[in-house]
Write a protein that binds this ligand. Structure first.
Ligand SMILES: [Zn+2]
Length: 127
């Protein structure tokens, strides 16, 4: 590992009713996700060893919206538009935005063609 790399251990978390559910990136920070069977069921994200440094939500909470502004809003809109373009098959604009080299583009085109072939074959079999 070089100097600019770091291996981070899971943070301290004492609740015996919690089950580990992996690392997650949430609210701009890396955290440890847990599902807790105590208190009717909770999803919890621990951001550090500091006991109060966590976020949690009750399982079954009504879905709520998220308000974003400034850089966060810009980033969200950028990604949403990127996925939309990709989903609609506008690959060239995505390639250009990420300045992908010709080799990567060719590889992707090859994969897409393979998928299309496989799909056509499958459809042929079911008829
Ligand atoms: Zn717990």
């Amino acid at each position: 590992m070089t100097d600019d790399k770091i291996r981070v251990e899971p943070f301290e978390h004492g609740c015996k009713a919690c089950q580990w559910a992996g690392w997650t990136y949430h609210r701009g920070r890396w955290g440890n996700m847990y599902v807790c069977s105590g208190d009717g069921g909770t999803v919890l994200i621990r951001y550090s060893d500091e006991p109060s440094d966590y976020w949690s939500v009750m399982v079954g909470t009504r879905k709520y919206t998220l308000d974003l502004e400034g850089e966060e809003a810009k980033e969200y809109i950028g990604k949403r538009d990127l996925y939309k373009r990709w989903h609609e098959g506008d690959y060239d604009s995505v390639y250009n935005e990420y300045e992908l080299d010709m080799e990567t583009r060719a590889h992707h085109t090859k994969m897409l063609n393979k998928l299309a072939e496989r799909k056509a074959k499958k459809e042929g079999e079911t008829r």
